[in-house]
Design a protein around this ligand. Structure first.
Ligand code: PEP
Ligand code: MG
Length: 588
């Protein structure tokens, strides 16, 4: 095959060289057609039958576990079960395997297309839209087919995973002993799949155009620095990238050597550099890389990919162990940010027209107070360790904050009445990630102990761009004057009220943005563990004076292109050797 290069959005640094494995997570376009010979028809039909039956068992188990308060969800599941049991649907897919001599995945596509065709002719819009349910059911069957993959393309060695999409739940399931990197068709600069890739330290690219044209088993180079996939590379490319991979490993060991030194500028301004984690197991990586505690624990990941919801005891033990390992550093436990792309399947399939604007984070928790209270009890009990803080995500304003605090204080009172130990002085903070919270940050600051700026969502909601959508990714600009003014406003409001202001969005791991944050006098930042040593190193080599000067010039420029040029120039002049190994949100 001839050399080919594809372009995407780089989201996790590094180089991988190896063979591809094409994983279909449900997107129509990425299902690979494979022709099979006569001798394999029976086997393939059985594979499909088994996938239907496993998907059915799966769904029945989910239905059993739906808590009584969520019973409305079970009607959706019932309808999906009915579709799965529909003999005509199954038969049609199985017949395609025989008549077209194709793999089960492709036969399923044919069967779904037939149903789509019938539905498209229905006049009633509501019924016509029910084709979505058939697609969701087909996705479930496809996932089961993936669990029992056909021989061709199955993973026998460490490979580069290609997929149409990876949800946060899919990403944490990746088998790292088998996967050296991944690339997806969908996704934007701060999609959760990319965030997890950085935590797992595997190179990754999202939003790759033309990925569906690739196949399993092809030899490629994946360049996680520049967002490139080179299929069947030339000899000189291979040696260039092999060398780059080696240099990156050297660079990482160099920066790691000094990772315990404090993040203090040459002129003595010090900030705390903590870590964002999704999984408990990451805590050792944080400490190994010089992280000063956990600035954001994304607790919702403990609710994904499991059959039942975690109970209070399990959560308490997890939080307590985390706090004791990180001690004396602080651990900020963020309450559940479920919803949008992070869906707990035990609660049934949630369908919302605009999930990012829907039942997410504390809105979700307020709708399901029992779920929320269980987590609050666990966090409060773990606070007895003395180094735990609690943080609420997606707060939109004062009224909402007060409602959440009411629930929190009622749980605290319950523990008190039960004589259960907790830290009465546990700091309570909120994430500032909605424009309404920015504009009322002066009011919010009086009611909490700290702020943490969530730029991933703040950029999404301020600039009106879906953070997971590659088509608007070019608009995802952290140095947009609206974003810079917002961040400054939050920091100033926090300081005015005498509270600490941290920043835990991906901007904190971006070498182009950190000097700007320093210039604004951020108190602490929290980022993926892998990036901590490099960012600390950059901070140690700057002065507060130059950061403030840069900030001044950027704020005066009022133009994204100018701002991007100013920061790029500064970083290129001051840290040329560092920059080779970074991906940035800033586009010059
Ligand atoms: C953010 O929005 O910046 C953030 C840190 O939270 P998450 O990425 O989990 O939404
Ligand atoms: Mg967020």
């Amino acid at each position: 095959m001839a050399r080919k290069a594809l372009k995407g959005i780089p989201v996790s640094a590094g180089i991988a060289i190896g063979k591809t494995y094409f994983l279909d997570m449900g997107g129509n376009t990425s299902t690979v057609r494979m022709d099979i010979d006569k001798g394999h028809i029976h086997e393939e039909r059985n594979r499909l039958k088994k996938a239907f039956s496993l998907a059915l068992t799966d769904l029945e188990n989910i239905r059993k576990k739906i808590p009584p308060e969520l019973k409305e969800q079970s009607t959706i599941i019932d309808s999906h079960i009915m579709i799965l049991k529909d003999r005509k649907f199954q038969k049609s897919a199985r017949d395609y395997i025989r008549s077209r001599m194709i793999n089960a995945e492709w036969a399923l596509e044919y069967a779904v297309s037939d149903i789509e065709e019938v539905f498209s002719r229905i006049e009633d819009e509501y019924i016509r839209e029910r084709i979505q349910d058939v697609r969701l059911v087909a996705d479930r069957v496809r996932k089961q087919l993936h669990g029992q993959p056909a021989d061709k393309g199955s993973m026998t060695q460490r490979m580069i995973l290609l997929a149409s999409d990876l949800s946060p739940a899919d990403t944490i399931e990746l088998q790292l002993d088998k996967i050296m990197a991944f690339a997806t068709m969908s996704g934007g600069k701060t999609s959760h799949a990319g965030i997890i890739a950085r935590s797992l330290q595997i190179p990754a690219i999202v939003g790759v155009e033309g990925l569906s044209e690739l196949q399993g088993g092809q030899f490629v180079i994946l360049d996680g620095f520049n967002g490139k996939i080179i299929v069947d590379p030339e000899e000189d490319e291979l040696s260039h990238y092999t060398e780059l991979k080696y240099q990156f490993a050297e660079y990482q060991s160099l920066v790691n050597r000094n990772c315990y030194l404090p993040a203090e500028t040459i002129d003595g301004y010090r900030i705390r550099v903590a870590a964002n984690i999704e999984l408990f197991e990451e805590v050792t990586a944080v400490l190994d890389r010089g992280g000063e505690g956990i600035g954001l624990y994304r607790t919702e990941y403990s609710y994904l990919n499991r059959e039942n919801l975690p109970g209070e005891e399990e959560l308490f033990e997890e939080y307590r162990d985390l706090a004791s390992i990180a001690y004396p550093h602080k651990v900020v436990i963020r309450t559940l940010d479920l919803g949008a792309d992070k869906i707990a399947t035990q609660l049934g399939p949630f369908r919302e027209a605009n999930p990012a604007l829907g039942l997410r984070a504390i809105r979700f928790c307020r709708k399901y107070p029992e779920l929320f209270k269980t987590q609050l009890r666990a966090i409060l009990r773990a606070s007895a360790q003395g180094n735990v803080s609690i943080m609420f995500p997606m707060v939109s304003g004062l009224q909402e904050l007060r409602e959440v605090k009411k629930i929190y204080f009622s749980v605290r009172d319950e523990l008190k009445a039960e004589n259960i130990d907790y830290d009465p002085a546990m700091p309570m903070g909120i994430m500032i990630e909605l424009p309404s919270a920015v504009l009322t940050s002066d009011l919010l600051a009086r009611e909490v102990d700290f702020f943490s700026i969530g730029t991933n969502d703040l950029i999404q909601y301020s600039l009106g761009i879906d953070r997971t959508n590659k088509h608007v990714s070019y608009l995802y600009q952290p140095l947009h004057p609206a974003i810079l003014r917002s961040i400054k406003m939050i920091i100033d409001a926090g300081h005015e009220a005498g509270i600490e202001v941290s920043l835990c969005g991906e901007v904190a791991a971006d070498p182009y943005c950190v000097p700007i944050l320093m210039g604004m006098k951020i108190d602490s930042i929290s980022l993926n563990p892998q990036a901590i040593p490099g960012i600390k190193r950059i901070i140690r080599q700057t002065t507060m004076d130059e950061c403030m000067e840069l900030l001044k010039r950027v704020l005066e420029s009022n133009d994204i292109q100018d701002s991007n040029r100013l920061v790029t120039e500064m970083i290129f002049t001051r840290f040329p050797e560092e920059l080779m190994f970074y991906t940035s949100l800033v586009e010059d």
